[in-house]
Design a protein around this ligand. Structure first.
Ligand SMILES: Nc1ncnc2c1ncn2[C@@H]1O[C@H](COP(=O)(O)OP(=O)(O)OP(=O)(O)O)[C@@H](O)[C@H]1O
Ligand SMILES: [Mg+2]
Length: 378
């Protein structure tokens, strides 16, 4: 039986930190927990350097997992030191740079039922293509959908949706999303000169994203899809901490370099307690139009599928490398809308449905069933 994260967390609740007389989970000292079948890895983030205590706690963690979870569990426990944690635990004022956890309770977007981030570790794997087609697919299924393109350095939404107009501003200075192909769109590219944005530093980008979330008149949405910039650096981390995400999907191509980065993406979301709804494999294979029975696995075979299994997250489906996906995007209408009967559209629609199901499952598990009462437009 594969080990579950929750089992590991429960086991670690039996391990007390002697200084604070509380368990490691309540003290939030267990970070980057990854569980793959019998493999468990995490960082034990201690408030100060103390080799003897670190060794003792590490031993107690191993004993607890072997006793309460699985005697054959393979453990990889790293010790990390985070001095700002000490101030936090000792009740001092929180350091200004302390990373805030997900703002679950803060209703910054009260009318939005679900916010889904589309992320990847590596650039150019098809995040924006997936985000655009996922949004259009959900809209075509009858839901009210928004798409926020947070990639200030390389916004894709204006091109992929063929938007040339500027969004309207209401009298109370709120931005009205542009409505195109059934989706309410906001892109950094609508407002910011991309050439200028190239010199923006991280904090400017993240404060612009915060503003976008709060100062856009999104209205009532069933789903808001967030297209993230590539990578798992500070900018991405701040965005996923700022926005109250319901879940995230990770896009990867099948080759090893992309998979390594996808793994980092999964770790980033688990760090901020955002559920990973699953992994999507893009550019899985190529079928020449004149040889429909052939599949060429240009970037390797089933890499993302295997990674999903390893990381114990759902695999949401594969999308082949197809000319019409690129071509329709370049011309301003995502393939789901431009060629609804194509194989490409079918794969995006299937993935859209799986994302929806994954959200419903998650929300049922966490008892938030009211969030899934979504009204389908007539
Ligand atoms: N399955 C596919 N078949 C053919 N072309 C694709 C496919 N997926 C994406 N592309 C094309 O690959 C290019 C990169 O895709 P996209 O912009 O979606 O990637 P990205 O991960 O968002 O990139 P970035 O990291 O720069 O934000 C685009 O030209 C897109 O049209
Ligand atoms: Mg992109």
């Amino acid at each position: 039986m594969s080990i579950k994260k929750e089992q590991v967390k429960s086991a670690l609740m039996h391990v007390l930190h002697p200084t604070y007389n509380k368990d490691l989970i309540s003290l939030d000292l267990v970070q980057d927990l990854i569980v793959q079948e019998k493999y468990v890895s995490f960082t034990l983030e201690l408030p100060e350097e103390n080799k003897a205590l670190a060794a003792e706690l590490k031993k107690k963690c191993s004993e607890a997992i072997h006793k309460f979870v699985d005697k054959d569990a393979v453990l990889d426990i790293t010790i990390g030191i985070n001095i700002s944690k000490k101030r936090e635990l000792e009740g001092d004022a929180k350091p200004a740079d302390a990373a805030p956890k997900q703002q679950e309770q803060q209703p910054i977007l009260p009318g939005v039922k679900n916010i889904i981030a589309v992320a990847s570790g590596k650039g150019g794997v098809g995040k924006s293509t997936v985000a655009a087609n996922l949004a259009v697919s959900l809209a075509k299924a009858g839901y009210s959908v928004g798409l926020l393109d947070t990639d200030i350095y390389g916004p894709s939404v204006p091109t992929m949706f063929g938007v040339t107009e500027r969004p309207n501003i209401t009298t109370d200075k709120k931005l009205v999303p542009v409505f195109k192909h059934g989706v309410h769109l906001v892109s950094m590219g609508f407002l910011v000169d991309t050439d200028q944005a190239m010199i923006w530093r991280g904090p400017m980008v993240t404060s612009a994203v915060k503003q976008f979330m709060q100062e856009v008149k999104w209205g009532e949405l069933d789903y808001l899809v967030l297209d993230l910039p590539p990578g798992t650096g500070d900018i991405q981390l701040t965005i996923v901490q700022t926005v109250p995400l319901t879940g995230a999907v990770i896009v990867s191509t099948p080759q090893t370099v992309a998979l390594d980065d996808a793994r980092k993406g999964v770790a980033m979301f688990s760090k901020v307690d955002v559920p990973v709804l699953g992994i999507i494999e893009n550019m899985s294979y190529f079928t020449p139009p004149d040889m429909p029975e052939k599949k060429y696995y240009i970037f390797g075979k089933h890499g993302a599928r295997k990674l999903a299994q390893k990381l114990d997250v759902p695999f949401l489906g594969e999308i082949a490398l197809q000319e019409n996906i690129r071509d329709t995007s370049d011309k301003g209408t995502p393939v789901v809308e431009a060629e609804p009967d194509s194989a490409a559209a079918a794969s995006f629609n299937q993935i859209g449905e799986r994302v929806r199901q994954a959200l419903i499952t998650r929300q049922k598990e966490s008892g938030e069933s009211d969030k899934i009462e979504i009204n389908i437009r007539p």
